[in-house]
Design a protein around this ligand. Structure first.
Ligand code: SF4
Length: 374
């Protein structure tokens, strides 16, 4: 599996400034880094076998008990996305899913498309209470996709898995990598996906970390072009089109509404606002296979380990996490931007490019009305 983002969405509420201070909406949990694929852009730099020191079943269940602490004051629980590596490589997967769902924690799964992902396994996922899965499709044809995934046959197997999930009644988010060389293929990928059933399509704008550091991100101008294309496509698509690590999509889709005279309060009250504020460390937190906690899977700054510290404490009280939830602490354009509570930029990309997670997202060319520049 190449990205950590699956389909599940929790119901945790942000405060008035779109800061998720009390709890994340989604916890991404890399159950293992073992995976049968070796994708060219893998964040996890997955390996065929599990790493030494991965959380045991007992330790993982203790983490689930800890997660219940997020709702101690009556808040809804975060949603859990079990990812990897390939979570199907965990022999205790069914036990962990059962332990989560019996505690009231909703679970989505981000399986890799390997021979482990059979039709029976997909129906089994539905049976054991998994709410949604994500699959990656990075190109409109087998040659490109299999070249990225480094395993022939993965393109066809992905579309087959998509159809099996539809048959099982299991909602699917399809993730597509967007880089300088793959962006022009997006319309063709859309045509392919339009022939199938899915819940949403997420365009993952590459962050140059892990194996992905070998690939090239779009320029800010080209990213703007493809985000506008995504917004237009979303209006006609039979599924929702969203983005991952391109938070300024929210600026692009709300600017026409503001120009048309809609107030910020009206926009915030509408369905458009779903996902506002969500970014690395704000509404999102990541647990690695070893138990290390980071603001997201793409922002690899460790703030502690669940083996010895409560995830609730790490999420709520760590200085870095507090800063990531407070756009006024950002430097450069993102710090003064009138969209920063809704957007806030990719903290992961800022870190990848500058070493400072509070810097401006270099993928966004916007010059805020406040007139500052980075
Ligand atoms: S400048 Fe930063 S906060 Fe403003 S739209 Fe761009 S990425 Fe978002």
């Amino acid at each position: 599996m190449t990205t950590t983002h699956a389909a599940g969405i929790g119901s945790v509420r942000p405060n008035a400034d779109w800061a998720y201070d009390r709890a994340p909406m989604i916890i991404y949990w890399e159950l293992t880094n073992a995976c049968g694929l070796a994708c060219r852009h893998c964040r996890a730099t997955a390996m065929p076998e599990p790493a030494a020191g991965e959380l045991t079943t007992e330790q993982a269940i203790a983490v689930l008990d800890d997660i219940l602490g997020f709702s101690a004051d009556g808040e809804p629980l975060p949603h859990l996305v079990m990812t990897g590596g390939d979570p199907l490589k965990r022999t205790d997967l069914a036990e962990l899913v059962a332990a989560a769902t019996s505690r009231g924690i909703g679970v989505s799964l981000a399986p890799a498309v390997t021979p482990l992902l059979t039709k029976e396994k997909i129906f089994w996922m539905k049976e054991i209470g998994i709410q949604a899965i994500s699959l990656s499709l990075d190109a409109s044809n087998a040659e490109y996709h299999d070249g990225i995934r480094m395993v022939p046959g993965t393109f066809d197997a992905t579309l087959t898995a998509l159809d099996h999930a539809a048959e099982a009644g299991l909602p699917v988010q399809v993730n597509t990598l967007v880089t300088e060389t793959t962006a022009t293929d997006l319309p063709a990928v859309y045509e392919v996906l339009s022939q199938h059933t899915l819940m949403q399509w997420s365009l993952f704008f590459l962050i140059s970390i892990g194996r992905g550091s070998e690939l090239v991100e779009l320029s800010p101008g080209d990213a703007e072009h493809w985000l506008l294309w995504a917004a237009r496509t979303n209006r006609e698509a039979p599924f929702r089109v969203k983005t991952t690590e391109a938070m300024h999509y929210r600026r692009l889709i709300t600017t026409p509404m503001l120009r048309a005279g809609k107030s910020r309060a009206e926009i915030e009250a509408g369905p458009m606002s779903r996902g506002f504020g969500i970014r690395d460390g704000n509404g999102i937190v990541f647990i690695s296979n070893l138990g290390d906690v980071c603001p997201s899977g793409f922002l690899p700054i460790e703030i502690g380990n669940v083996k010895d510290t409560s995830l609730v404490t790490l999420y709520r009280d760590t200085e870095l996490m507090r800063s990531l939830r407070e756009p006024s602490s950002f430097t450069g354009r993102c710090g003064v931007c009138e969209f920063n509570t809704w957007c806030g930029g990719s903290r992961a990309r800022a870190y990848a490019w500058t070493g400072d997670p509070l810097e401006t997202d270099p993928l966004c060319p916007y010059q805020p009305a406040a007139g500052h520049s980075s």
